[in-house]
Write a protein that binds this ligand. Structure first.
Ligand code: ZN
Length: 85
Protein backbone atom coordinates (compact mmCIF):
# COMPACT_ATOMS: atom_id res chain seq x y z
CA UNK A 1 0.00 0.00 0.00
CA UNK A 2 1.51 3.35 -1.02
CA UNK A 3 1.26 6.63 0.88
CA UNK A 4 -1.52 7.96 -1.36
CA UNK A 5 -3.95 5.11 -0.75
CA UNK A 6 -3.33 5.20 3.02
CA UNK A 7 -4.32 8.87 3.05
CA UNK A 8 -7.39 7.97 0.99
CA UNK A 9 -8.46 5.42 3.61
CA UNK A 10 -8.07 8.04 6.36
CA UNK A 11 -10.22 10.38 4.27
CA UNK A 12 -12.81 7.67 3.69
CA UNK A 13 -13.02 6.58 7.34
CA UNK A 14 -12.15 9.60 9.50
CA UNK A 15 -14.72 8.44 12.02
CA UNK A 16 -12.96 5.10 12.57
CA UNK A 17 -10.51 4.31 15.35
CA UNK A 18 -8.40 1.24 16.06
CA UNK A 19 -9.06 -0.46 19.42
CA UNK A 20 -5.77 -1.54 20.99
CA UNK A 21 -7.54 -4.23 23.03
CA UNK A 22 -9.67 -6.21 20.54
CA UNK A 23 -7.62 -4.91 17.56
CA UNK A 24 -10.68 -3.91 15.54
CA UNK A 25 -11.35 -0.74 13.60
CA UNK A 26 -14.52 0.68 15.06
CA UNK A 27 -16.54 3.88 14.65
CA UNK A 28 -15.40 6.70 16.93
CA UNK A 29 -18.77 6.71 18.68
CA UNK A 30 -17.90 3.18 19.83
CA UNK A 31 -15.32 4.80 22.15
CA UNK A 32 -15.84 6.67 25.40
CA UNK A 33 -14.54 10.23 25.65
CA UNK A 34 -11.19 10.40 27.38
CA UNK A 35 -9.79 13.94 27.76
CA UNK A 36 -6.28 12.69 28.60
CA UNK A 37 -5.63 11.15 25.17
CA UNK A 38 -4.37 12.83 21.97
CA UNK A 39 -7.66 12.39 20.08
CA UNK A 40 -9.92 12.78 23.14
CA UNK A 41 -11.12 9.19 22.97
CA UNK A 42 -10.25 6.12 25.01
CA UNK A 43 -7.83 3.69 23.34
CA UNK A 44 -10.20 0.79 24.18
CA UNK A 45 -13.65 0.57 22.56
CA UNK A 46 -16.78 0.62 24.76
CA UNK A 47 -17.14 -3.16 24.56
CA UNK A 48 -13.57 -3.64 25.78
CA UNK A 49 -14.05 -1.03 28.53
CA UNK A 50 -17.13 -2.91 29.73
CA UNK A 51 -15.19 -6.19 29.68
CA UNK A 52 -12.38 -4.54 31.67
CA UNK A 53 -14.91 -3.10 34.15
CA UNK A 54 -16.51 -6.51 34.61
CA UNK A 55 -13.09 -8.03 35.25
CA UNK A 56 -12.46 -5.34 37.88
CA UNK A 57 -15.84 -6.03 39.46
CA UNK A 58 -15.05 -9.75 39.61
CA UNK A 59 -11.77 -8.89 41.30
CA UNK A 60 -13.60 -6.67 43.82
CA UNK A 61 -16.07 -9.46 44.41
CA UNK A 62 -13.20 -11.81 45.20
CA UNK A 63 -11.90 -9.18 47.64
CA UNK A 64 -15.23 -9.22 49.47
CA UNK A 65 -16.63 -5.83 48.37
CA UNK A 66 -19.74 -7.50 46.97
CA UNK A 67 -20.10 -10.12 49.72
CA UNK A 68 -23.32 -8.61 51.04
CA UNK A 69 -24.94 -8.54 47.65
CA UNK A 70 -24.00 -12.18 47.06
CA UNK A 71 -25.40 -13.24 50.42
CA UNK A 72 -28.74 -11.63 49.58
CA UNK A 73 -28.74 -13.22 46.13
CA UNK A 74 -27.81 -16.65 47.47
CA UNK A 75 -30.53 -16.41 50.11
CA UNK A 76 -33.07 -15.66 47.38
CA UNK A 77 -31.79 -18.58 45.30
CA UNK A 78 -32.06 -20.90 48.30
CA UNK A 79 -35.60 -19.69 48.98
CA UNK A 80 -36.55 -20.37 45.36
CA UNK A 81 -35.04 -23.88 45.40
CA UNK A 82 -36.72 -24.72 48.71
CA UNK A 83 -40.08 -23.57 47.38
CA UNK A 84 -39.74 -25.14 43.95
CA UNK A 85 -40.03 -28.72 45.19
ZN1 ZN B 1 -12.17 -3.19 21.61
Amino acid sequence: MDEGSRVDILKMYPEKKFCTKCRENKLRNEYYDHPGTADGKSSFCKACMITANNANRAKNKANGSYRNYNQIRDAKKEFFILNAF
